[in-house]
Design a protein around this ligand. Structure first.
Ligand code: Z5A
Length: 207
C-alpha cells in the first residue's frame, strides 16, 4: 500500500486523536512511511491561518471562514501531501475537505456547489479512505467540554449548528460508501479503535 491518503472526520469530541494514533501505529508496524497532519494547519502558513480561524476574539464572515480553510488546504496539499504521496508515503490527516462541506456547507449554509468548485481547483485531491467517527452531538460536546480550557471560535456554536454538521457528514458518507467507513464513536474508545483498525486492515488487503 504505497502513496495513499487517509482522512479522519467527525464532530466535536468524536475521538479523532485516539483513532489517529492507532492508525499511525498500525501502518508504521508494516514498515510504511506515515505522514501525519491536521486541518486547518499542517504547514507553517496553515498553522498561522488556523490561529486566525479559531481565535474566539475574531468575527469572520462564513465566506471568509471557507476561503481561509481552503487557503490553508491549498498550501498543505502542495507543500506536504503531494510530495509525500509521490515518494510512496501514507498520509493520515485529521480532517480534510469533507469538513468544509460539513461545517461551512451544512453548518453555515454555504451552497455546496461553491465548495465543490474550491475542492476541484484549490485542493485538487480527495482522500482514498475516510473514517467518519459518528457520535451524538450532545455526547460529543460533553466530551469536548470536559477537557476544560477555553472554547475556540467554532466550538462556541450552538448544538443546532453541530446537528447540521453531523447530518451533512452522514449524507456524504451515504453518497460515497466506497471511500467512507462510518464508525460508531459512541462506543468505548477501545471498541472504536478496534473497529477502525479492523476496517483499515480490510481496506489494505483490497488497496
Ligand atoms: N473545521 C471547519 O470548520 N472546516 C474545515 O474545513 C476544517 C475544520 C478542516 C478545528 O478542528 C475546527 O475547525 C473544528 C472543525 C473546523 N471545529 N470545531 N469546533 P479540530 O479537528 O482541530 O478540532 P476539534 O474537532 O474541535 O477536535 P476535538 O474536539 O479535539 O475532536 P477529537 O480529536 O475528535 O476529540 P478527542 O480530543 O480525541 O476527544 C475528546 C475527548 O473525548 C477527550 O477527552 C477524549 O479522551 C474523550 N474521548 C475520546 N473518545 C472517547 C470515547 N470513545 N468514549 C469516551 N470518551 C472519549
Amino acid at each position: 500500500m504505497r502513496g495513499k491518503f487517509i482522512s479522519i472526520e467527525g464532530g466535536e469530541g468524536a475521538g479523532k486523536s485516539t483513532v489517529i494514533a492507532a492508525i499511525v501505529q498500525a501502518l508504521g508496524q508494516h514498515g510504511l512511511e506515515v505522514v501525519q497532519t491536521r486541518e486547518p494547519g499542517g504547514t507553517p502558513a496553515g498553522e498561522a491561518i488556523r490561529t486566525l480561524l479559531l481565535d474566539p476574539a475574531r468575527t469572520l464572515a462564513a465566506e471568509t471562514e471557507l476561503l481561509l480553510m481552503f487557503a490553508a488546504r491549498a498550501q498543505l496539499v502542495r507543500e506536504l501531501i503531494l510530495p509525500a504521496l509521490a515518494r510512496g508515503a501514507v498520509v493520515v490527516s485529521d480532517r480534510f475537505t469533507d469538513a468544509s462541506f460539513a461545517y461551512q456547507g451544512g453548518g453555515r449554509g454555504i451552497e455546496m456547489g461553491r465548495i465543490a468548485e474550491l475542492e476541484r481547483w484549490a485542493a485538487g485531491i480527495k482522500p482514498d479512505l475516510t473514517f467518519l467517527l459518528d457520535v451524538g452531538v450532545d455526547e460529543g460536546l460533553a466530551r469536548a467540554r470536559s477537557r476544560g480550557g477555553e472554547l475556540d471560535r467554532i466550538e462556541r456554536e450552538r448544538s443546532d449548528f453541530f446537528e447540521r454538521v453531523r447530518a451533512t457528514y452522514l449524507s456524504r458518507a451515504a453518497a460515497e460508501p466506497g471511500r467512507f467507513r462510518v464508525i460508531d464513536a459512541s462506543q468505548p474508545a477501545s471498541a472504536v479503535v478496534a473497529a477502525v483498525t479492523r476496517a483499515l486492515s480490510e481496506w489494505r488487503t483490497r488497496a
